[in-house]
Design a protein around this ligand. Sequence first.
Ligand SMILES: NC(=O)c1ccc[n+]([C@@H]2O[C@H](COP(=O)([O-])OP(=O)(O)OC[C@H]3O[C@@H](n4cnc5c(N)ncnc54)[C@H](O)[C@@H]3O)[C@@H](O)[C@H]2O)c1
Length: 344
Amino acid sequence: MKLLVTGGAGFIGTNFIRYWLRHYSDDAVINLDRLTYAGNLSNLTDIAETHNPERYKFAHGDILDVAFVEDVLKTEHPDVIVNFAAESHNSRAILHPRRFFETNVMGTQVLLDAARKYEIQRFHHISTCEVYGELPLDSPDTFSESAPYRPQTPYNASKAAADHLVNAYFHSFGMPITISNCANNYGPYQHPEKLIPLFTTNAIQNLPLTLYQSSHNRREWLHVEDHCRAIAAVIVRGKVGETYNVGSGVEKSIEEISDFILDVLGKPQQLKTYVPDRPGHDCRYLLDSRKIACEVGWEPKIPFEEGMRETIQWYIENQEWWQTIQQKRNGVIQEDKWETFTGR
Ligand SMILES: NC(=O)c1ccc[n+]([C@@H]2O[C@H](COP(=O)([O-])OP(=O)(O)OC[C@H]3O[C@@H](n4cnc5c(N)ncnc54)[C@H](O)[C@@H]3O)[C@@H](O)[C@H]2O)c1
């Protein structure tokens, strides 16, 4: 099988390409990526060096570029498209919403049209738990696949719109799609602007850990390797037209995450600094992931504390990787200055 992976130079895409090539030794992967500030081709240097171009290939370009996308499909004839390409950082979406709608919605639409034209056998779209909106902190509820979509931030709204588009291509054109909506991922190769790498790299450097004032807000945490295994399971055993939630059931507050990181690194509590919440900062998400367990036979394997310790160790051992990214200071977000940007 040949896969076209969009956004393969980003965090989850990188881990997924590594996962797929490791587990499916007869398959080939084309990594299509625009290499935005979030894309880092050096994540896959060893893969490019140890696999011949028949098994791994990079195509540099934008999913919004119809001619480019069509050319890749026409030349490479992939069987499956796995769409990770997106603007993915909620904080950036508060400052520059338009780019999120261009890439996440229109980019997905370009891919769907091209997939239709070149009769791709499966279009698997990567989405998020955040499309369902937020849960109250004290609620016993979880989001199942039939929960209504109630996105509350520009990023979430763009992902929700893309999900609707993908489903519409199934219902209107019979496009063989699947969608997975996953919880917050953590693991190696995550950009140091995201919470766990940000806190880890700041703690390593004895810099403040900036927690939003609502630090009791909770997230569900999924190791990226478990996520990649879930995507593979949906591609291989999932039913066309279906959406699958992918969660771990492990909820931790932002306060608990910061405490865990400080504890593992032996750093003082005084590094914690509290800043105003980001506008639209959701309280809590928790997925009901029973469908993927029952219908596809997937469940998470990596215990949270073990996965977190390994992840923190990865950032300790790969300081050059994240320092190179930090030195570019590409549109760095000042998480303590929301009132400047929003007029609040
Ligand atoms: N990270 C998480 O915790 C999480 C949780 C739920 C869902 N998701 C979804 O998973 C997917 C991957 O997330 P991630 O954390 O790896 O993101 P990321 O920001 O690390 O990577 C995104 C990749 O997409 C590429 N890209 C961006 N715009 C592009 C364009 N127009 N054309 C081609 N390539 C483009 C970037 O260069 C980058 O390599 C996204 O769709 C995101 O919404 C992520």
